[in-house]
Write a protein that binds this ligand. Structure first.
Ligand code: 5GP
Length: 195
């Protein structure tokens, strides 16, 4: 029988380290060919080093609305001041090919995916504390003070949703958190038949 892929959702506040963990997962030799990322569509401006079609599909707000109306998205959300959406067809294609799909999306988007695909495996990456999160956001230096305070406020709200996720990974030390994450994913992939 053909194996069916699973959907893995990774969420966590900005500064929790989820993007670092997610990028590392995609390069992990032990998971090679087993997990594929879904590339989201966004209206947010491209950051330095980002590439269209690799990190995101960067589109205008008008194009985003067009795609939304055309039923292009599995879910779409306004996150901070920009719009983000997960392309439905890409997710379906990955699953059909028997591979697992990895979504790195916000809490609200995760809830929509979980409703539409109840078998999704939801993983929440937590910073050790809000104080540590603030420190990381300031150190990162990619956002101004106003953005940092908005992200912190959002983080507080998002942390309340951690219980909605099957797994919580505390990112106190990146190596430890990464090992925990890989273990969760490998275990879930190996339990394929039960999903
Ligand atoms: P960033 O702009 O820093 O890349 O992402 C900001 C937030 O948007 C992160 O929490 C990220 O996980 C989330 N995000 C990225 N793509 C999507 C998406 O397609 N849907 C939703 N709901 N959130 C997304």
């Amino acid at each position: 029988m053909r194996k069916k892929g699973k959907v893995f959702i990774i969420s966590g506040p900005s500064g929790s380290g989820k993007t670092t963990l997610y990028k590392r997962l995609l390069k992990d030799k032990g998971l090679k060919g087993q997990i594929v990322k879904s590339i989201s569509v966004t209206t947010r401006p491209k950051r330095e080093g980002e590439r269209h079609g690799r990190d995101y599909f960067f589109v205008s707000p008008k194009m985003f609305v067009y795609k939304k109306r055309a039923g292009h998205f599995l879910e779409n959300m306004k996150v901070f001041d920009n719009y983000y959406g997960t392309p439905l067809k890409a997710v379906k294609d990955i699953l059909k090919s028997g591979k697992n799909v990895l979504l790195c999306i916000d809490v609200k988007g995760a809830k929509v995916v979980a409703r539409k695909i109840p078998q999704s495996i939801k993983i929440f990456v937590k910073p050790p504390s809000l104080a540590e999160l603030k420190k990381r956001l300031i150190q990162r230096g990619s956002e101004d003070a106003k953005t940092v305070s908005l992200r912190l406020k959002t983080a507080k709200d998002e942390m309340k949703e951690a219980g909605f996720y099957e797994y919580n990974v505390i990112n106190d030390r990146i190596e430890r958190a990464y090992r925990a994450l890989v273990k969760i994913i490998k275990n879930e992939i190996n339990q394929r038949g039960k999903g």
